[in-house]
Design a protein around this ligand. Sequence first.
Ligand SMILES: Cc1cc2nc3c(=O)[nH]c(=O)nc-3n(C[C@H](O)[C@H](O)[C@H](O)COP(=O)(O)O)c2cc1C
Length: 256
Amino acid sequence: MEDKLFLNKLLKAMSLCLVAALILSLTQILFKKKQDRNQELEIKNTILKTAGFECKNSQEIEIKFKKYITYSIFNLKDFSKLKDTKNLPLFMQAQSYELKKAINSKHSFKDEVFYNNKVPLYIPVYEVKSNNTIIFPIYGQGLWSQIFAFISIDKKDNHIKSLIFYEQQETPGLGAQIADDKWQKKWQKKLIYDSNKNFNFRISKEKSDKKTAPFQVDAISGATITSNGVHNMIKYWFRKDSLYYKILQGELKLNE
Ligand SMILES: Cc1cc2nc3c(=O)[nH]c(=O)nc-3n(C[C@H](O)[C@H](O)[C@H](O)COP(=O)(O)O)c2cc1C
């Protein structure tokens, strides 16, 4: 009799545990889905902002993104363009888990997602057809953290239209000033290349003169290391043999 009672109690306890575990994992799945969705919306909104569009709510983000933004995904090693990108998450940074996962499952590039260990093999490049703007994802190393941004550049004369740092963990009041509107606005109309198409942009503590001013953004005082990190990041992504250089010089076409 006692054995039966014990068995009953044990069975009850086990069922309770099972139900609790089920509820927990279900909540986790739902929560993760919501988190992914919010992240997607945030990135789309940042891309739209970089393109010069303001949105009031998530519905507007979706509508405007669909209407104005197109994209291509490039292989950073050989600069080839992925042909079948229909089911790829267009909003993601190429090093993100989502894009890696999608590329892996769809194209079975399993071991080819990164090259040089750190640099992703694929990167999305966005275009705003209505105003001749190309938006590039860029990232690099600050003093304490990895820094992520989108930069929009005019297709015709290659001047910078806008820049948004959307992820960084530099010190508030010091390095984190890179994400302040005040500093980001200083980038507007600056040029990356000179008339001979040489990389000429710099972030510098030195005072600019007539010759250097069109290519210079002043470094943040008290945050030279973060400023240098941003300088290096621009140099890396836009150097003369880079994918972005070739796109801006018209050697590689988007969305065809
Ligand atoms: C607590 C603390 C936080 C700091 N955070 C940053 C930072 O986010 N970015 C940065 O470039 N320098 C930061 N620094 C300052 C650097 O150590 C270094 O002094 C500075 O980059 C030099 O810039 P300056 O030549 O313009 O003074 C920090 C220093 C301290 C003590």
